[in-house]
Write a protein that binds this ligand. Structure first.
Ligand SMILES: NC(=O)c1ccc[n+]([C@@H]2O[C@H](COP(=O)([O-])OP(=O)(O)OC[C@H]3O[C@@H](n4cnc5c(N)ncnc54)[C@H](O)[C@@H]3O)[C@@H](O)[C@H]2O)c1
Length: 348
């Protein structure tokens, strides 16, 4: 019988793409989502793309009883934990909401997993857990030092999960935790079908959906924050990764958790990034080339807390997960644009 994966936050942007890959890889998929930032339409489309069914429960991961019922009903072998709030700016305005949702939500989930004796977990962490570094290319052993409540909620969860795994050695658990902390860089793009993609509520916080909405005429102008950074063209440089490459990293992570490296348990962090950076101006130029659309933009002052340059060292993921990105920036943009054109109002 196929292994069953519980996907928390599975109706969201990355979660819905993960459901497609999991179903196509032969897993049974159970989704838990409270729809605070998503719609069930994404899951309908996942099933249309794959021709396979999944099971959906509309609950909050903080609902301990509801979650325990699901673990009692479904024979879950692994959890991929995407559910969380993710807007940096909003997290500064509503820190308690972010800590309650992200940190407490994870605590409830792992308590329920302990009770159900399910101890295999892939966690959505983020490059925002890293502190500022003199090197622009970030490796997993770089010092952590998140600078906003969102990033700190991810760093706290990583600490909790590392502590949980360390406790196994002290208690000589015969069913130790197997945990992969996946630190995402900047996921963009969409499934090549154009049927699922990123559907931000209101004004997008991230560059790619913002650029797409300017291109389609929904937003008037893009602000490029800072053109005086010490980078090749003065604008900020980030590592962009196609969302489909990113979710394939999760499938590889599950296989690794089930393999030799994790035989006696463990909790390890992996960067999921392309290993190279693009500047904001390079993104705009490539977008214009791929889509044949002009992007109206202006330069604005730097934003507090933004780094000049940040990209992943993805070598550990290659070595231990046997994963690397396959898609190019042109693919990311072409796919994001196809999604935008086919769904100008997102899933609405
Ligand atoms: N998108 C990015 O740029 C990015 C980068 C790094 C890390 N991440 C992390 O990856 C994960 C998925 O991100 P995404 O871009 O798909 O975001 P998303 O908002 O599209 O998806 C998150 C999903 O979780 C659900 N959710 C939130 N709180 C919940 C709760 N308490 N109970 C049940 N469901 C809940 C939302 O309804 C949504 O469907 C998040 O944890 C995010 O922090 C995202």
């Amino acid at each position: 019988m196929a292994n069953t994966v519980l996907v928390t936050g599975g109706a969201g942007y990355i979660g819905s793409h993960a459901c497609v890959e999991l179903l196509q890889a032969g897993y049974k998929v159970v989704v838990v989502d409270n729809l605070v930032n998503s719609k069930t339409e994404s899951l309908k489309r996942v099933q249309k793309i794959t021709g396979k069914a999944l099971t959906f429960y509309e609950i909050d991961v903080r609902d301990k009883e509801g979650l325990a019922d699901i673990f009692a009903k479904e024979s879950i072998s692994t959890v991929i934990h995407f559910a969380g709030l993710k807007a940096v700016g909003e997290s500064c305005e509503q820190p308690l909401n972010y800590y309650h949702n992200n940190v407490y939500g994870t605590l409830v989930l792992i308590e329920v997993m302990c009770d159900a004796n399910v101890r295999q977990l892939v966690f959505s962490s983020s490059a925002t857990v890293y502190g500022e570094s003199v090197h622009a290319q970030y490796s997993e052993d770089f010092p952590l030092g998140a600078i906003n409540p969102y990033g700190r909620s991810k760093a706290m969860i990583e600490d909790i999960l590392r502590d949980l795994s360390a406790a196994d050695k002290l208690t000589q658990s015969n069913n130790p935790w197997k945990i992969a902390l996946l630190r995402y860089f900047n996921p963009i793009g969409a499934h090549e079908s154009g049927m699922i993609g990123e559907d931000p509520n209101g004004i997008p916080n991230n560059l790619m959906p913002y650029v797409s909405q300017v291109a389609i005429g929904k937003l008037a102008q893009l602000s490029v924050f800072g053109n005086d950074y010490p980078t090749r063209d003065g604008t900020g440089i980030r590592d962009y990764i196609h969302v489909v490459d990113l979710v394939k990293g999760h499938i590889k992570a599950i296989a690794t958790l089930e393999g030799e490296k994790f035989q006696s348990g463990g909790c390890h962090a992996y960067n999921l990034g392309a290993g190279r950076g693009y500047s904001v101006l390079e993104i705009i130029e490539t977008f214009e080339k791929v889509t044949d659309k002009k992007i109206n933009y202006k330069f604005s002052p730097r934003r507090a807390g933004d780094l000049a340059e940040c990209f992943a060292n993805p070598e550990l993921a290659l070595k231990q997960l046997n994963w690397k990105v396959e898609k190019s920036l042109d693919d990311m943009i072409a796919d994001a644009w196809r999604w935008q054109l086919k769904n100008p109002q997102g899933y609405s």
